[in-house]
Design a protein around this ligand. Structure first.
Ligand SMILES: Nc1ncnc2c1ncn2[C@@H]1O[C@H](COP(=O)(O)OP(=O)(O)OP(=O)(O)O)[C@@H](O)[C@H]1O
Length: 249
């Protein structure tokens, strides 16, 4: 099984603070990996390095075998990387369905008015398929009945589900989730974990809620003081004495 996300010997230094040192991890195609660790462990910094918001001081990042260490966030998104944010980013004035449609790529092509007229039936079919795809994703995320609501009127938990629907509607190659459960109630968190587990996408997530990470991820990496102190299956991580001492207590 090939590796899609590969972080090799990454170090990040902020002045006198070594936020990450010698961090390596690899996520296989279709795998779901969660990163946990106490406050200040370096989770956000690692996330920013993978999304392209921060260039590491040392080490390399590869996406699907391609070295992207010096590649910006926009270009990484063109390579099929999508992310969500700690505060959900949605268009408040648009309906829930339109939020997802705005994120769903339009494969109908350009060509102006003449091309529009000639290709009209085919484009109408593509548009219908796109709407069906968007509606199906909303159902999957448990917000199908909210399709006509304005995103701004929704509580944060539902807005987070809208953001997830937007992120997965095009079945991205790689999905990064930053603190996905903040604002979710227990039922929404369970649904979120189930949706993420069923994705064929390769997923890396950073999260405080250890229970969620154990439920949603097949792999867990534990950071402490900028270093990987454990990396393995949830059951093993839960029992790991080093992790218990540093973090789980
Ligand atoms: N821009 C910055 N300038 C200086 N130091 C920083 C910067 N960003 C992070 N740090 C430091 O790097 C270390 C790792 O921070 P980071 O935010 O990555 O940890 P974290 O695990 O995400 O923490 P939290 O769980 O609190 O969000 C901390 O010591 C932090 O103070």
């Amino acid at each position: 099984m090939s590796t899609v996300i590969e972080v090799a010997e990454v170090g990040v230094r902020f002045g006198g603070v070594q936020a990450l040192s010698g961090v390596s991890l690899a996520v296989r195609r279709g795998g779901t990996c969660g990163v946990i660790g106490p406050n200040g462990a370096g989770k956000t910094t690692l996330f920013d390095v993978v999304t392209g918001l921060r260039r590491p001081t040392t080490g390399t990042v590869r996406l699907d075998g391609r070295d992207v260490t010096g590649t910006g966030a926009v270009r990484r998104s063109r390579l099929g990387l999508r992310r969500t944010f700690q505060r959900p980013q949605v268009f408040g004035r648009l309906t829930v369905l339109d939020n997802v449609l705005a994120a769903a790529e339009w494969h109908g092509g350009g060509g102006g008015l003449a091309a529009d007229l000639v290709a009209w039936p085919a484009r109408r079919r593509l548009e219908r398929e796109r709407r069906e795809r968007a509606a199906a994703v909303l159902d999957r995320c448990g917000i199908g009945d909210l399709r006509d609501a304005h995103a701004a009127d929704l509580p944060i938990g539902q807005r987070r589900m809208v953001e997830l629907a937007r992120a997965i509607v095009d079945e991205p190659a790689v999905l990064l989730l930053d603190e996905p459960t903040s604002g979710l109630d227990a039922e929404q968190a369970a649904l979120f974990a189930a949706v993420v587990r069923d994705l064929e996408t390769t997923v890396l997530l950073v999260e405080h809620d250890v229970g969620f990470v154990m439920a949603a991820c097949e792999r867990v990496v534990v950071l402490d003081l900028g270093k990987v102190i454990a990396d393995g299956e949830p059951a093993r991580i839960r029992e790991d004495p080093v992790v218990r001492a540093a973090y789980l207590g």
